[in-house]
Ligand binder design. Structure first.
Ligand code: LHQ
Length: 260
């Protein structure tokens, strides 16, 4: 297993840490492959927590690895996206359990947009989000051109992408780009407590919530009402629903089959 990703397994949830701190955890090919493999290996987990080692979360692409001066001929950056970033974003969104991101420090370029592809994003107050692409002649990738306007509206999305100004974590939370900004020393305890709590929930239903909310971004209200009816049929037939209702009526804590 590559050292570029640290994996810490708990009974029902997994913590993955981007681990190239000397390069602010920027992505090289090794880390890309290791992260994908780690998400694959965590597919049975009931919650996944993603964070970064050292003082940064992730500075996006390792630009040393994609330096046009060192590449043969004209670089075709679409290959980097189709081979690495796009499958990663699709993988995170498709995972059947909640993915929490604890942004422990700067999140720049694709690093910011990988964080924003996660289901719940917490950030340390000292963290900042930078759409660095505009500074180097690129467009926001890793889903950024979709995520930003959907989460914070076109006016803010355009200004962030065109100016590449750092957005402090607290403003990101005020704007609805992320869930919460937390004091630096509270970030990891709170993120781990959330991962543990979600891992003890009705994972099947939580996965269905995630997918229904994703679908809503492209659906009309009519389509979404139909989707809710179909999804509720599936959820109602799952044993977690019977357990949730029984626990409520018996005034006890539900047991959705957790190990801890
Ligand atoms: C880095 C990086 C980095 C290498 C910090 N690479 N070393 C997709 C398609 C294909 C190609 C292109 O990209 C993409 C997607 C993208 O992500 S494009 C955007 C790429 N990312 C950036 O443009 C961000 C570049 N980094 C920065 O602007 C700064 O490092 C930030 C603002 C993130 C942090 O600034 P500081 O806190 O002042 O730290 P620093 O700049 O001193 O960085 C610390 C070290 O990390 C330093 O190395 P050194 O050996 O001098 O200590 C940096 O060179 C290295 N580093 N980001 N992306």
């Amino acid at each position: 297993m590559s050292e570029t990703i640290r994996v810490e397994r708990h009974a029902d949830w997994v913590e993955l840490t981007l681990n190239r701190p000397e390069k602010l955890n920027s992505f090289n090919e090794e880390m890309h492959l290791a992260l994908r493999a780690a998400f694959d290996a965590a597919a049975e987990a009931r919650a996944i927590l993603l964070t970064g080692a050292g003082r940064g979360f992730c500075a996006g692409q390792d630009l040393g690895d994609r330096d046009p001066a060192k590449m043969d001929g004209t670089p075709d950056l679409s290959q980097t996206l189709t081979k690495f970033y796009n499958p990663l974003i699709r993988q995170i969104r498709a995972l059947p359990c909640p993915v929490i991101c604890a942004v422990n420090g700067v999140a720049a370029g694709a690093g910011a947009n990988v964080a924003l592809a996660c289901d719940i994003v917490l950030a340390a107050t000292s963290a900042r989000f930078i759409q660095s692409f505009g500074k180097i002649g690129l467009v926001p990738d890793a889903g950024g051109t979709w995520t930003l306007p959907h989460l914070i509206g076109m006016a803010r999305a355009k200004a962030l992408a065109l100016t590449a100004e750092p957005l402090p974590a607290e403003t990101a939370a005020d704007w609805g780009l992320i869930w919460k900004a937390l004091p630096d020393d509270a970030l990891m305890p709170e993120a781990r407590a959330l991962a543990k709590k979600l891992s003890q929930g009705p994972t099947h239903g939580l996965g269905q919530i995630k997918q229904a909310l994703h679908a809503s971004m492209a659906n009309t209200m009519e389509e979404q009402l139909d989707l809710e009816a179909q999804t509720q049929k599936i959820c109602g037939a799952h044993p977690d629903y019977a357990e949730g209702v029984a626990a409520f009526l018996q005034k006890r804590t539900p047991n959705f089959g957790v190990k801890e």
